[in-house]
Design a binder for this molecule. Sequence first.
Ligand code: FE2
Ligand code: FE2
Length: 277
Amino acid sequence: MTKIICVVDNAVKEGTGLQSEHGLSFWIETAYGNVLLDTGQTAAVLSHNLDVLGLSPREVDKLALSHAHYDHTGGLDAVLSKTTALTLFAHPDVFRPRYSLRKGEYQSIGLSLSRETLAARADLSLSDAPAEILPGLWTTGEILERAEPEGRSPHHFIRTGKGWEPDPYRDDMSLVLRTNEGLVVICGCCHAGILNTLFHVERNFEGPITTVIGGTHLVPADDLYLSHVIDVFNGHFRNLSLYLNHCTGKNAFERLAGAFGSRVTACPAGTVIDFNP
Ligand SMILES: [Fe+2]
Ligand SMILES: [Fe+2]
């Protein structure tokens, strides 16, 4: 009954008629309702892909945002225009303006809707603590302890009273789904760092982590860091199944697939992961 469908990703399954874009969105179907995590970059692609997959925005029961970035929030209108009083789960910092510094210019890359506009169109459930979205499905809450490397970009900034500062990505959260087999961690961009996120889940939720799905932001990871991730998976998070996409990066995917074989699977748009066959 519990099923996760990748609706939007940088890549698509061949022959599906789905569209790709730099962005991410997952449909999470449970016995208690449907949750959409993130909305891709554009309402056009999200609407098209939902339609092709036989899913309706009207059947979204709850919405969750992993963080503010445009490639996860840009398609919000595709759902909000078709629903009323939908509850939207996010970290309170999701409304903080975000910027990318490119060629000397700060470009806005955060949520394009103001808090007031969004509050008029959805019930906002904002918390930095783990929040239950539906029975058996939670947000991680803020990843407070970050002893391991984060998933950073040197281009990402926020503006504070002191001027431009590197984005601390306080709003970055993943989702945790309880299945018969164990805990499934569903990531957006994992700017907090994949290992920090998994250690946080281990501290805050009961049960073994069996599966990681989504963007792990290992694109900038060097060989040393990737070897460390593999060592930690081997030593601590044993027998993980990994369904990787979005900001994982080709190099990281190949290293992980080399280390863990068939337990590592690509997760383009159109991928369906069934947990209780
Ligand atoms: Fe991001
Ligand atoms: Fe992203």
